[in-house]
Ligand binder design. Structure first.
Ligand SMILES: Cc1ncc(COP(=O)(O)O)c(C=O)c1O
Length: 406
């Protein structure tokens, strides 16, 4: 996905000019999001479908931009489910995630979801109680926690090791026996979300190959009438080396070759990606308020911080940014030096990038953090210190919507 840095710089300057205080904001490039998602979906081979994992970013303009471009939405709570159903009454919805309340399952039955991704035998029992009495039916997938030879280790591994996610394959027979006794719950296939932050297309293809083989084995061994495999999300974004991203084209080519196998033709293959779809369209903007040297290191103290943009702290990386020349402060500037970019919080953990080389940096300049459109604002500890929220600035060609939350 292309960054439109000139457009972002123009909008950043406009926001800065409109504010007497130093500025911080999220900028979202909606046309770029639409193009990116269209490109991603267009390359997927038949019979694959891309759903969007709402947890990555549930801002309304983002959801609106995605609706109609993805096959539907994956929700992981009653809150996400209600949000999507209120906005899109007809769109296909998949309801996954651990720890579903009986009231959330009940809401899913009431509002209608295409599939529930069931995480445990207890959840199956809970669902069965809700479906009784009567002849109501609900399609499900069983989410499995599978160990495979080709499960790479990333910073966010959710399967193949002891985690609270999914069903241990040792318990599959018990779940299938329960389903035999409860015909209202219709097993349509299996769900896997084993890792996030996958950056290697070949490794992901090997993993999917394992999943397909395993599902076929279960289908034959248990004589299952199933037609769906959900392979989860987990395609990563390379924050450390932004020039080297997951090779989606290579991945889709390899997937097409795998899916040409006649045994797999019965399956609809579903993805539910979050980060890979929305991270590139978002930018977090901070204005430099102070430049100070402390025990031999330079710090740029900026408006905002990890209470708005926790992604680098959560992932432990130096987040990539671009310097935009700003309003000009009191003349203090650094040239060709290393600097740590920090926010306004009273904690040494409020760091967005550590000792990175800058060509030039002045008070009043703005730092534009790229790849900030997923797991960013919505995973941040927004009320810590009670600083105001950033401006949410949605750029849609000539139409620019400002939603000032401050
Ligand atoms: C079950 C499930 N599906 C999909 C996703 C989306 O993952 P990602 O944003 O890495 O694509 C997650 C993320 O945690 C998840 O837990």
């Amino acid at each position: 996905m292309q960054f439109r840095l000139d457009t972002m710089a123009r909008e950043a300057a406009r926001l800065q000019a409109a504010s007497a205080d130093p500025q911080c904001a999220y900028l979202y490039d909606l046309p770029a999001l639409r193009r990116h998602v269209e490109g991603v979906v267009a390359q997927l081979p038949e019979p694959c479908e891309m759903f969007y994992a709402v947890k990555a970013n549930a801002e309304a303009p983002i959801l609106d931009a995605l609706e109609g471009r993805v096959a539907g939405f994956e929700v992981a709570s009653g809150g996400e489910l209600a949000l999507i159903r209120e906005r899109f009454p007809e769109v296909p919805v998949l309801f996954g995630g651990p720890g579903k309340l009986a009231s959330e399952l009940s809401l899913a039955l009431e509002l209608g979801v295409e599939l529930i991704h069931v995480e445990s035998l207890t959840e199956l029992e809970r669902l069965a109680r809700l479906l009784e009495p009567g002849d109501r039916r609900q399609d499900i997938l069983l989410r499995m926690n599978l160990a495979t030879d080709n499960l790479p280790s990333t910073t966010l591994t959710m399967g193949g090791v002891p985690t609270p996610f999914g069903i241990d394959p040792d318990d599959l027979e018990t779940c299938l026996a329960f389903l035999e006794r409860h015909p209202g719950i219709v097993l349509r296939g299996f769900h896997f979300h084993l890792i996030s932050h996958q950056l290697d297309a070949e490794a992901q293809l090997r993993l999917l190959g394992d999943l397909f083989r395993q599902v076929e084995h279960w289908r034959e061994a248990y004589r299952l009438d199933i037609d769906q495999i959900n392979v989860g999300g987990g395609i990563g974004i390379n924050y450390r080396e932004p020039g080297r991203q997951f090779d989606w084209q290579e991945f889709c080519g390899g997937l097409a070759r795998q899916l040409a196998e006649p045994r797999l033709r019965r399956y609809r293959i579903r993805f539910e990606c979050g980060r890979y779809l929305t991270a590139p369209c978002g930018y977090y903007l901070m204005e430099v308020m102070d430049l100070k040297r402390n025990h031999g290191q330079w710090f740029a103290v900026c408006r905002g911080g990890t209470h708005h943009f926790r992604t680098p702290a959560a992932q432990g990386h130096d987040h990539p940014f671009v310097r935009l020349p700003g309003r000009g402060g009191d003349g203090k500037a650094l040239a060709r030096t290393r600097v740590s970019v920090v926010g306004q919080l009273c904690t040494p953990k409020d760091v967005l990038a550590r000792q990175v080389e800058v060509e030039r940096l002045a008070i009043g300049d703005m730092l534009l953090f790229t790849l900030a459109g997923a797991y960013a604002w919505n995973i941040s500890h927004q009320h810590f210190l009670r600083h105001p929220a950033p401006i949410m600035h949605f750029i849609d060609d000539d139409r620019v919507d400002d939603e000032e939350n401050a």
